[in-house]
Design a protein around this ligand. Structure first.
Ligand SMILES: Nc1ncnc2c1ncn2[C@@H]1O[C@H](COP(=O)(O)OP(=O)(O)O)[C@@H](O)[C@H]1O
Ligand SMILES: [Mg+2]
Length: 162
């Protein structure tokens, strides 16, 4: 039932919602350590900062939440991991001064992909589609020495404040 809960619809409640989701997941998975790192300022998107404000749409907010939700479900179901690191950071674009990206990365130290199971389910396909729908990029790779890394890079627009 928890998986059906509505996703939070703004950046502040999205970050709060991710915290809560991770906390509940940790309670259900006491043998897996999960560490959540959310960069300072990521929760403040809708607030004015200097003469600029960053805009995170409702769709991006929901996308971030669902991405963490599906990744944690997959880790519980498939990974046999001991440790999970989740990070959400704001990164400057190397080519465009007015652009920044949200980078959401989820790393586990479990089984990783064995090379044959990659496209078996709909969860990963859905994650990729949601990220593409907000103009972002989705990456999956094996972690070293073991486990999986799923990563989403989503562009954020910066607008001038009035
Ligand atoms: N964190 C993970 N560690 C190992 N294997 C994974 C992980 N996440 C997904 N997988 C593999 O990728 C497959 C596809 O995942 P997904 O599309 O979410 O489908 P489903 O979870 O319904 O099987 C899974 O069936 C599983 O074999
Ligand atoms: Mg899945």
């Amino acid at each position: 039932m928890r998986r059906l809960r509505p996703a939070p619809t703004n950046s502040k409640s999205c970050v709060d919602g991710i915290h809560l989701m991770v906390q509940e997941w940790q309670e259900q998975q006491p043998n897996i350590d999960v560490v959540l790192h959310i960069q300072d300022g990521v929760a403040l998107f809708s607030e004015q900062c200097a003469k600029q404000y960053r805009v995170i749409s409702e769709q991006v907010s929901v996308t971030l939440y669902r991405f963490v939700q599906e990744s944690l479900t997959n880790i519980a179901k498939h990974a046999q991991a001991n440790h999970v690191d989740i990070s959400l950071n704001l990164v400057d674009s190397k080519t465009d001064n007015d652009a920044q990206y949200l980078c959401l990365e989820i790393k586990d130290d479990g089984n990783g992909f064995d090379g044959q199971t990659i496209s078996s389910g709909m969860g990963m396909i859905g994650m990729r589609e949601r990220i593409c729908a907000v103009g972002g990029e989705f990456f999956v790779s094996n972690n070293t020495p073991k486990g999986l890394i799923v990563c989403a890079k989503i562009p954020i627009h910066i607008a001038c404040a009035e």
